[in-house]
Design a protein around this ligand. Structure first.
Ligand code: NAD
Length: 390
């Protein structure tokens, strides 16, 4: 395929937050162009957004149903190839399902849906249609996160014993949802957000990061959810003890009332021989702590000599030479680039490389929804440990 992939958007208009980040990420490598959208719940905002983004007026649609239907009737040389869905959580499933059924690939925000049932239905649809679904768990796109995963996989730390993952934020320390903040309003509304505010909004990022880097699946958990801010309808803080499949134990903290925090995602993993530490606020560094050795600092973009050579997954996802900072936008762009390469390879009848296939998929989405369900079930019930059931 000697052309850019054509992208449509549901959400992401001038009234939105993350849609603009998606566009920066999608366009970064010059492999994707925006051709259409139903950019907002408000048709006027959608129209204006389309104009601002130089989208042809006839391809700015009133709603996602019209967009998917009309695009599917366009000639193959014109119609969109995939749709990016960046609406509030309750509006992920329906457009994703419709797009897959009509032959389009999908990029969708997390949490993938608002229930395990919907998530499993999307999994079934992906498997039946053979289409590709990419879930934007942002933090898994960083080169040093990929390096961490590769080092765990090659046994650098020995058998993994302990996984500690944190995602504290402070922006919901007050009743922000009643202060005219539209993003906070839908997040704190059980009808639009899902069963848990904190786990849906950021806990699934932490759970995905723990499973992605360690390569281990959560098997059971014990959770404590709290609503600290008076008047809020959903939880805003959670602590979860985790048991992983190889006997490793973990702790997950997701909190939106950690006053003063920004997006302080951090993961530490310890094996029999040593451990690692990575933090979103310093993403080009990976700290390695081996027993009886001085600490080591692995940095993005370096051509280290063996045995310190960075993994092909880290270098594949690095754009600039060492010392020039890469961040969230590049991490996001890595997810898009790998998705686009996989979609293109599949259309050309080729097998994408392992590095190209390295992005979160519908299976991660199903696990994310099962994680939220299990946390809520355990928090509400009386049993000490609740099995993670898919
Ligand atoms: P937002 O409230 O800022 O924007 C939502 C957008 O969806 C708006 O443009 C709104 O008009 C539009 N919309 C609502 N209903 C629509 C409909 N029926 N048709 C078309 N457009 C519609 O929300 P946000 O902060 O951008 O979050 C969107 C999604 O992205 C959420 O699921 C959130 O969890 C996720 N998110 C992920 C990350 C990440 O790091 N991956 C970060 C932020 C948000």
């Amino acid at each position: 395929m000697k052309r850019k992939l054509r992208m449509g958007m549901v959400g992401g208009g001038n009234d939105a937050f993350i849609g603009a980040v998606h566009r920066i990420a999608a366009f970064m490598d010059g492999k994707i162009e925006l051709v259409c959208g139903a950019f907002s719940i408000d048709p006027q905002i959608s129209k204006q957004s389309g104009e601002d983004l130089f989208v042809a007026p006839e391809r700015v649609y009133l709603n996602y149903e019209e967009m998917i239907e009309k695009e599917s009737l366009l000639p193959e040389g014109e119609r969109m190839d995939f749709v990016t869905i960046v609406t509030p959580n309750f509006l992920h499933f329906a457009p994703a399902k419709l797009a897959l059924e009509k032959g389009f690939d999908v990029v969708v925000e997390k949490p993938m849906t608002v229930s395990v049932e919907e998530a499993k239905e999307l999994q079934e649809t992906v498997e039946r249609t053979g289409r590709t679904l990419c879930l934007t768990h942002t933090y898994s796109g960083y080169p040093m996160v990929k390096q961490a995963k590769a080092m765990v996989k090659e046994g650098h730390f020995g058998k993994i014993r302990k996984i500690v993952v944190e995602y504290p934020q402070g922006w919901l320390s007050r009743l922000t949802e009643r202060e005219g903040n539209a993003g906070a309003a839908w997040r704190a509304d059980p009808k639009r957000s899902g069963k848990s505010l904190v786990m849906g909004d950021i806990g699934t990022h932490a759970a995905h990061l723990a499973e992605y880097v360690s390569g281990l699946k959560i098997q059971e958990l014990c959770a404590d959810l709290t609503t600290f801010v008076e008047g809020r309808l959903l939880d805003d803080d959670g602590s979860v003890l985790l048991r992983f499949e190889n006997g490793a134990k973990g702790v997950l903290m997701a909190s939106q009332i950690s006053a003063g925090e920004e997006n302080a995602v951090r993961i530490r993993i310890y094996g029999e021989k040593g451990g690692l530490e990575w933090a979103n606020e310093d993403p080009n560094n990976l700290i390695i702590k081996m027993l009886d050795q001085p600490r080591q600092l692995y940095r993005t973009g370096n051509a280290y000599a063996a045995p310190y050579t960075l993994s092909s997954f880290a270098t594949h996802n690095t754009r600039v030479p060492a010392g020039h900072p890469e961040g969230l936008l590049e991490s996001f762009a890595n997810i898009y680039r790998n998705f686009a390469a996989t979609v293109t390879a599949k259309r050309e009848g080729k097998t994408p490389t392992a590095e190209q296939q390295d992005f979160p998929t519908v299976y991660d989405g199903v696990r994310g929804m099962a994680f939220i369900d299990t946390v809520v079930k355990n928090n509400e019930g009386t049993e000490k440990w609740t099995k993670f059931v898919l």
